[in-house]
Design a protein around this ligand. Structure first.
Ligand SMILES: Cc1cc2nc3c(=O)[nH]c(=O)nc-3n(C[C@H](O)[C@H](O)[C@H](O)COP(=O)(O)OP(=O)(O)OC[C@H]3O[C@@H](n4cnc5c(N)ncnc54)[C@H](O)[C@@H]3O)c2cc1C
Length: 403
């Protein structure tokens, strides 16, 4: 049996961040990471399209938490202890400068996730963290104030243990055997599959600011909408997929959405169209794009309103005007299925948040057992927020585990 003071199960984002901070804060402790794969940090490597979207330039805890469909309430306190600004400082102190992009996402200046990986590997070596690769953890038992952890290779013991295994169903089963409840995992952050003439053959078209509602629910969002080969994507859709992860799973990803492409009420839009009927009387509706919409989308919505390419504004009857107003403000689409967003599969589900003390990230049920990252029932919309959850939990837990 190999004796350690602290064992971190999982050499991913949260695991490395925790191990480094523990070893740095208390150099007397023997800290080990047990990682099942032959290398760690696999998700960091592929994250952000290989650039690693480390965090987000949002510096108010009360605003930051709003990006977490699960974890909003629980992360507010932790973010007052360690959040985005601390993340930036942590990396800068260790030689990794971050930059902000226009939409608030933050990346290493190098534009390479390898910079983050190199930083973690160097820091782990500097602070003598032992990393055991090819060590999938099979069992964890609490015995006489010690944890006994067996991997496929050997057995370890430690006084304190952190589970940072991300979304691994086997570890969730194991935690259930220790008495923890686990919310059943369902996908989050996905795009909607839609087959509809109105969006066919126009992939790449973006409506910059739309409102989307899932009919028959309270789910609502706004932001850019991207038309793809298979349906719809971009923040307005991804936010709905994250906040509606459980509800949409229950509906087996078959539901209707109503899109307001111009963020105006139906009546206001109708008034504008009536004025255009006067002002542009001799022009064709098809060719006179309005409301700053992309031309190709305007064409589709016009044709869906019982008009042809040659219909002139002056010729529009009441039903055509109303038809166009409703395509612009209350267009209903049938969603049938989902697709992965840039392979960024995030899971809603994990260790029940009621059973974790968010001042320390320690289990309320098993003393000296800590959690950080996606193993918890916390997940966020896209933009660097998922990693921020991992950094915050790992840092706070490290402060307590290093004592
Ligand atoms: C393609 C992709 C791109 C992403 N891009 C971003 C992004 O740019 N920004 C962002 O904020 N989020 C992003 N995410 C989400 C982000 O990667 C995760 O939220 C984050 O990695 C969670 O960190 P973690 O440490 O909890 O889990 P992970 O990073 O998944 O690490 C868990 C580790 O535990 C190990 N493990 C599992 N089971 C065992 C076991 N039994 N024994 C030993 N080890 C085990 C795994 O091998 C893994 O190394 C992305 C996700 C994906 C899939």
């Amino acid at each position: 049996m190999i004796a350690k003071d602290v064992i971190i199960v999982g050499g991913g984002a949260a695991g490395f961040f925790a191990a480094i901070n523990i070893a740095e804060q208390n150099p007397n402790l023997k800290v080990a990471i047990l990682e099942r794969a032959k290398e760690g940090l696999a998700k960091v490597k592929v994250s952000g399209g290989g650039r690693c979207n480390v965090t987000h330039a949002e510096f108010m805890p009360s605003e930051l938490v709003q990006n977490y469909p699960r974890g909003e309430k629980e992360l507010l306190g932790p973010f007052h202890q360690f959040m985005t600004g601390d993340t930036i400082e942590w990396f800068e102190k260790r030689g990794v400068a971050l930059k902000i992009e226009d939409d608030g996402r933050m990346f290493p200046v190098s534009n390479s996730s390898q910079t983050i990986i190199d930083c973690f590997l160097n820091e782990a070596e500097k602070h003598q963290v032992d990393i055991y690769y090819n060590h999938p953890v099979k069992t964890i038992e609490a015995q006489n104030e010690q944890f006994v952890v067996t991997t496929s290779e050997t057995t370890f013991s430690a006084k304190k243990i952190m589970i940072a295994t991300g979304s691994n169903p086997k570890i969730w089963k194991l935690l259930e055997s220790l008495g923890h409840r686990v919310s059943q995992p369902v996908p989050s952050l996905f795009t909607f599959n839609i087959k509809d003439e109105r969006i066919q053959d126009i992939p790449g078209v973006v409506a910059l600011n739309v409102e989307v509602q899932v009919l028959g629910t309270n789910l609502w969002s706004e932001g850019p909408l991207l038309i793809t080969h298979w349906g719809m994507s971009a923040p307005s859709i991804l936010k709905l997929s994250a906040f509606g992860a459980l509800e949409l799973a229950k509906r087996d990803y078959k539901f209707q959405i109503e899109v307001n492409f111009i963020k105006q009420g139906f009546e206001d839009c109708l008034d504008v169209l009536k004025s255009l009927k006067q002002d542009l009387a001799k022009k064709t509706v098809f060719k006179s794009t309005q409301f700053d919409l992309p031309k190709r989308l305007w064409h589709k919505l016009v044709l869906a309103s019982k008009m042809t390419e040659t219909t002139r504004w002056a010729d529009l009857n009441k039903s055509q005007l109303e038809g166009l107003a409703s395509q612009l403000t209350t267009a209903v689409f049938n969603v049938d299925g989902k697709s992965t967003f840039k392979d960024e599969f995030v899971t809603a589900g994990g260790v029940s948040l009621k059973e974790v003390n968010f001042k320390t990230f320690e289990s309320k049920l098993v003393k000296n057992l800590y959690f950080a990252g996606e193993v918890l029932n916390i997940d966020a919309v896209t933009g660097g927020f998922n990693f921020q959850n991992a950094w915050t939990g790992a840092f706070i837990a490290a402060q307590h585990m290093s004592k």
